[in-house]
Design a protein around this ligand. Structure first.
Ligand SMILES: C[S@@+](CC[C@H](N)C(=O)[O-])C[C@H]1O[C@@H](n2cnc3c(N)ncnc32)[C@H](O)[C@@H]1O
Length: 368
């Protein structure tokens, strides 16, 4: 019998670093390097280390990575990303740091190169205009994201689409064939909210906000994107209107504030079918018993709507949308019916009303 000739890789070499992926001659990604491996990174000529993992996870954190990297003469950037709850702020900071260090040899790591490859994929779509499949090819060589990360990636891409479109989003409200519906819907929107404290989800550029808020007591308009809210803030609005950046799926930014009404315009259609019940639970948890809820959204009209490009295994439909900068975005857009709304809402929605206009539908109910 002969002994194996394969010697283990010494810990101070780059090859031994967990889930290493050398991307090109100025970018490498990996899981957590050890102290000897940081020295090897410095020796290989890297100038910047960006760490997306935590500093205090006993499973992998080094005693003082900032000091170790500084002692090697490299610049160290730490963006702690909670694996179970990545945020848009984390992502945007990562994108800024990547942009700031373009041209410098950069090593990006986390614990297992999972956070990093997902963020790098998003960076490449958001900041470098890569097609989605190409941008995430590296990630798929390292891991297949779980539900938290699949949702995070989808949400960031959708938010990015609306951020880019913010300046001219309202063109959609100037289409001649929609004007009659719009006037009717706008005129009646104040009624259900009179005297109430209203949470508006995904307010966008605030097309509906002045109409709904006209006689409300308080109206908190929220959206994930500062870009869309900047357009909304620039409009003349009733004094009761305030704005807050908030993710519709968590509403975590709202502290413990509760409301006695809620409104969402053209948002339901963007919620994947498999997340609809969870999103409604999150929204309803913010509302008091008896709260008034109104949602409105697009109906599919063959002569006016963007065609459906595909339908996925869960039954979600998608559209290919082209922005003024020429970029193409696949956007999830569902077209629910009264029956599907009733099925997902169940008995918690009382006095349920569904109104079909030509281009829009309006759903209203009282929460039990
Ligand atoms: C179709 S627009 C609707 C805007 C407005 N309510 C209307 O009816 O004109 C969708 C909005 O959802 C926002 N958005 C995307 N993802 C979000 C999220 N996770 N949480 C909150 N808002 C989000 C976008 O920024 C965009 O303003």
């Amino acid at each position: 019998m002969t002994a194996s000739t394969t010697a283990p890789t010494p810990p101070g070499t780059l090859d031994a670093i967990h889930h290493l992926r050398i991307v090109d001659d100025r970018l490498a990604t990996s899981g957590q390097p050890g102290e000897a491996q940081l020295a090897a990174i410095a020796q290989a000529g890297y100038e910047v280390v960006i760490n997306l993992a935590l500093h205090d996870d006993p499973r992998y954190s080094l005693p003082d990575e900032a000091a170790s990297v500084a002692a090697l003469g490299l610049r160290y950037v730490h963006i702690p990303v909670q694996f179970k709850a990545p945020t848009r702020e984390d992502l945007l900071r990562f994108c800024d740091e990547m942009d700031a260090h373009i041209g410098r040899k950069t090593w990006v790591h986390c614990a297992a190169n999972w956070r990093v490859t997902a963020f790098l994929g998003l960076y490449r779509v958001l900041r470098q205009g890569w097609p989605r499949d190409e941008a995430f090819a590296l990630m798929h060589t390292v891991w297949q994201p779980d539900a938290t990360w699949r949702h995070f990636i989808d949400d960031q891409l959708m938010a990015d689409y609306y951020a880019r479109r913010a300046a001219y989003y309202e063109r959609v409200y100037h289409q001649p064939e929609r004007q009659a519906d719009l006037r009717v819907m706008e005129a009646g929107l104040w009624q259900p909210f009179e005297g109430r404290r209203v949470l508006e989800v995904a307010c966008g550029t605030g097309w509906w906000t002045p109409h709904g808020a006209a006689r409300a007591r308080r109206w908190l308009a929220t959206d994930l994107n500062p870009e869309t809210m900047a357009v909304a803030r620039s409009k003349p609005l009733p004094a009761c209107v305030a704005f807050r950046r908030a993710d519709a799926y968590t509403l975590a930014e709202l502290g413990d504030e509760r409301f006695d009404a809620a409104f969402a315009g053209c948002w339901w259609s963007h919620v994947p079918l498999q997340r609809l019940a969870g999103w409604l639970d999150t929204l309803h948890a913010r509302l008091e018993p008896g709260a008034q809820v109104v949602m409105l959204d697009n109906s599919f009209v063959q002569t006016s709507s963007t065609p459906i490009s595909r339908t996925d295994a869960q039954g979600n439909s998608y559209q290919q949308r082209v922005l003024d900068d020429g970029s193409t975005h696949e956007v999830l857009k569902n077209f629910p019916t009264l029956d599907t709304a009733r099925a997902v809402l169940g008995p918690r929605a009382q006095h349920l009303q569904w109104t079909d206009h030509t281009h829009y539908w309006v759903l209203s109910y009282r929460l039990t």
